[in-house]
Design a protein. Structure first.
Length: 78
């Protein structure tokens, strides 16, 4: 149960990070062709860190789960 809650939280953090990266352009407070506003730069950095960090942890969790699954298969064949 705790693992599912943690994965759900990581996935939500990943989505929030993606939204922060996209928001300045989707909402329209960053005019097209203009120099990036401070808010846009902040959203890009914070969103990128959140999305990137949570993605790395999700991939590490998936790799660990695959390693555990393959380990179980190897031990049951013996």
């Amino acid at each position: 149960m705790k693992a599912k809650m943690g994965l759900t939280a990581l996935f939500l953090i990943f989505l929030v990070g993606l939204w922060l990266v996209v928001a300045p352009f989707a909402v329209g407070y960053q005019p097209r062709g203009a120099a990036y506003a401070d808010a846009t730069v902040n959203d890009l950095w914070v969103g990128g860190v959140l999305a990137g960090g949570s993605f790395v942890v999700l991939v590490a969790y998936a790799a660990d789960a695959l390693r555990e699954i393959t380990g179980r298969g190897r031990h049951s064949a013996d």
